[in-house]
Design a protein around this ligand. Sequence first.
Ligand code: ATP
Length: 296
Amino acid sequence: MIHARAEGATKRYGSKLALDGVGLEVRRGELVGLLGPNGAGKSTLVTLLTGGRRPTAGRVELCGGDPRDPRNRRTLGVTPQETGLPASLRVGEVIDFVRSHFPDPLSRAELLDRFGLSDLVQRQTGGLSGGQKRRLAVALAFAGRPEIVFLDEPTTGLDVEARRDLWEAVRMFHAEGGTVVLTSHYLEEIEALAERVVVLADGRVLADDSVAAVRGLIKVSRVSITSPVQPTDFDLDGLVSFEQAGDRLHLLTPDADRMVRELIARDVPFRDLEVRPTSLEEAFLALTGSLTGKDL
Ligand SMILES: Nc1ncnc2c1ncn2[C@@H]1O[C@H](COP(=O)(O)OP(=O)(O)OP(=O)(O)O)[C@@H](O)[C@H]1O
């Protein structure tokens, strides 16, 4: 059964086309990661699917109907990218306030325990660290025993341990049959939780596949050399794009080992070889062929 769906979903903010005909189906019980660089449209898609905004064109559906209809939102839990918490309320009070909106909420103790908040129950939210606030914001999405949760960059600002605890809580929810859609900039995060990744770039779905397949698609390394040559003089296999800064050459390729072998086999003169992975942003820019010097 389809739990959430977008069909040709398009969203414009004035002249900005944030989503451009996106199609997505999330089945009940699935854990789907939405991956994409800054501005790809991840939050916009989440906002449409959770009824926060209407699409400019196309359709979105939650629990079989309009996400803006309260009847279809009863089993929904959401953590938006930014959450405002009333600074003078204590953690326990915020949790009870949110729980009070639901007919059969999780107990306060269980929520505190699942999200590692038990020690903070008496603290005013204004005095929490960024990571602690984030944990609380994510916990609140689970307060009403939802069947589907949307988590927009849930682990931003969390340290390694807190991130792992949060992943564990998400896994537990999923293992109990819950549907999860989470957004992230990091494939590693999605890899830790999801089997399916939907890659968004520039408002479009670039890929909808397994984590392994997507890893292959966006794995781009940067091979940097100092050399007097022009890469265009050599037909280098596996070169996705390149940039030049003086006599420093940056070659982007999915297979850095092969690129280094190519340089040697073709007798390209070089020194100061450096190989490093690219960020997701760089990988996307390289793949969409619009890499510019300022990004290197
Ligand atoms: N309320 C708004 N008004 C105008 N433009 C907006 C608005 N919200 C988003 N945008 C623009 O729409 C595009 C998609 O933004 P969105 O926040 O959905 O991307 P994102 O993938 O979630 O990015 P990030 O990872 O940085 O949060 C961006 O270019 C953004 O600047």
